[in-house]
Design a protein around this ligand. Structure first.
Ligand SMILES: NC(=O)c1ccc[n+]([C@@H]2O[C@H](COP(=O)([O-])OP(=O)(O)OC[C@H]3O[C@@H](n4cnc5c(N)ncnc54)[C@H](OP(=O)(O)O)[C@@H]3O)[C@@H](O)[C@H]2O)c1
Length: 255
């Protein structure tokens, strides 16, 4: 029997928005598998420090990077620092997201570009920098998307469109980078009860309906997403290139 234990010992990962919610679960899962993890966050130092401490308690190295992923002009400095601290990068998880939650008729052009820059634009620049640090050994990039990329959800026009752009960018990057040994995929999650949902005016209804309509009988949890990220970044997924893997307990395939 071939070994199926995933051993990522010595690998270096960067998780954007890796301090809280789904990003935190991904950070911890990668550290459990053996990765040193660079954790990017935007504002909240406390959860970032707490997640870094959890990585270190697992015997791995944690680095903290505060900064807005939408400001691509800062990516050069971020990756220079990463190169100085870690020397290389094996795994990039583009997870940080934000966006304006409003009906399409209430969105301004500024809301639109702001949402696009954080959720889709950041990946292009992050991938361009990451590939340089991955070098000849190659690596793996995973972008976290959502069902709003392919389904219409109330108040989700800007974020949904930005996630659709993200998934398309993943396919284009995947084709360009596969010959260089870098696999790029997306992971689309069902509704997960994180702080992000507090921005939805219909949060309670969203949670209740998702739990009720999910064939697997419960909401998707951060650890479900993290497990699938581990798979996508592992050699078990070596022929998965440019795909969007859905992790939602079957929610999105129901009528
Ligand atoms: N929750 C869901 O139901 C759901 C469903 C499908 C997909 N997703 C996707 O899963 C990913 C994570 O969502 P979540 O629910 O875990 O969110 P969350 O709990 O709100 O956490 C967001 C994380 O991203 C960081 N962040 C936010 N804006 C940033 C920026 N501009 N630059 C750098 N870091 C930034 C935050 O740092 P600070 O704490 O410092 O602000 C935090 O670490 C997103 O891509 C989201 O679209 C979520």
């Amino acid at each position: 029997m071939p070994a199926t234990t995933l051993d990522f010992t010595g690998r270096k990962a960067l998780v954007t928005g890796g301090s809280r919610g789904i990003g935190r679960a991904i950070t911890i899962r990668l550290a459990e598998a053996g990765c040193d993890v660079a954790i990017n966050y935007l504002r909240n130092r406390e959860p970032a420090a707490e997640t870094a401490a959890a990585v270190e308690a697992l015997g791995r190295r944690a680095l903290l990077f505060k900064g807005n992923v939408a400001k691509v002009d800062n990516h050069g400095a971020l990756f220079e620092q990463l190169a100085g601290e870690s020397g290389r990068l094996d795994i990039l998880i583009s997870n940080a997201a934000s966006g304006v939650i409003r009906p399409a008729m209430d969105l301004t052009h500024r809301h639109w570009t702001w949402t696009m820059d954080i959720n889709a634009g950041a990946l292009l620049s992050l991938a361009q920098h990451a590939v340089g640090l991955m070098g000849e050994a190659g690596g793996s990039i995973v972008a976290v998307s959502s069902i709003g990329a392919v389904r219409a959800i109330p108040n989700y026009a800007a974020v949904g469109a930005s996630k659709a752009a993200l998934e398309s960018l993943v396919r284009h990057l995947a084709v360009e980078l596969a010959p260089r040994g870098v696999r790029v995929n997306a992971l689309s999650a069902g509704v997960v009860d994180t702080e992000a949902l507090k921005h939805f005016p219909n949060r309670e209804q969203l949670l209740e309906e998702s739990a009720r309509r999910t064939p697997a009988g419960r909401l998707t949890e951060p650890k479900d997403v993290a497990d699938a990220v581990l798979f996508l970044t592992s050699p078990l997924a070596s022929m998965m290139v440019g795909q969007t893997l859905t992790v939602d307990g079957g929610y999105s395939i129901t009528a």
